[in-house]
Design a protein. Sequence first.
Length: 464
Amino acid sequence: MKPGLPTAMERPHFIGIGGAGMSGIAKILAQRGAQVAGSDSRDSETAEALRAHGATVHVGHAAGHLADDSTCVVVSSAIRADNPELARAAELGIPVVHRSDALAGLMDGLRPIAVAGTHGKTTTTSMLAVSLSALGLDPSYAIGGDLDAPGSNAHHGEGDIFVAEADESDRTFHKYSPQVAIILNAELDHHANYASIEEIYESFETFVGKVVPGGTLVVAHGQEGAAEIARRVAGREGLTVVTYGEEEDADVRITKITPRGLTSEVTVVLDGRMLTFTVSVPGRHYAHNAVAALAAGVALGIPAHNLASALGKYTGVKRRLQLKGEAAGVQVIDSYAHHPTEMTADLEAIRGAAGDSRILVVFQPHLFSRTQELGKEMGGALALADASVVLDIYPAREDPIPGITSELIIAAARSAGADVTAEHDKAAVADVIAGMAKPGDLVLTMGAGDVTDLGPAILARLSS
């Protein structure tokens, strides 16, 4: 099955083509035959992977990078209005398309599964992509992280299923019309776009309203936000709601999660039948993600026992408790967690697998607005580690907020009894950790920014 190119996508130009969401769409378009071009602020392995698919990738942003015959310019919500390529598009009259509209166009004619909510979208989407591929169904997919190599975050498949990570942060997930929607949970986050939890609930209700008639909503039963959305949409005509969780009345009931080192064994009851399968990442949170993927696949008509077995093929995604290496008896693991709930889940998962080993965390807060709203909770989460090093805030797309610094997190962590060191120089972290770490320790680099780059540096310093 080879869907055609969406309108105006024959020669797209991506501003910020190296980003997780943008690069996936660019890759699928290239695989469908589009002449893809774009730019990014820096060169990367992702950019090189796109070049291998025939894309033209410029380093840096300049008006001259935009070809006059481009049929559209694709942007994300992170692209600022004064970007020179965006200004050039306006001069040339080239249509500007948001990445969510481009992704929605790629789903046309297929059976989409859209994964939304906090927390675990990338993991759940990846689990579906890997397990469906293992079953020979060759799905298309677009994920917010690489599976095993740069550029592995997306694929144009010959099958009729499209698995997509649906971003609620800026309401763009309203653009999709899935056959199956997954809501992992709903919490107050993305403070630049949502003023209250009520706004978030309303946004998710709109998303559920986009599920095609006869479609299915898979929703976490034991999560307060997800349960509230399920309550609000209950009884909608043409919508089947399937709940999952450890509660007795969940439609897909988790009866046991057994930790086995850095893996887990999960037992569920589905339609009166018991299934046991392995999840190759540790922790209760990831086991729940796997069960959400199981329920979604079953909703598309895939036999549960086949899918349960195939889920064991999933071995993780980059930055989701990814083992970066070991040196001097110290393991270095990378975590994308940047919200307190995610931080707590990952630290509890590692604690369960670590035994008596110490856990040291290098944490980089992500966004000034998130730190302003949730800094105290982040500090509380860090109390689960034996010691932490906290970096300055990674701003991403935001300008600084007066008075909001990492000190907010550090103070809260110390109030919770945590051992915390402030470090303003990212280049000094490898030396700091080398001075703290002992054989048997686990080091987590944690956050959604460039803290991930520190893993190799820490390993090199430990080795020396």
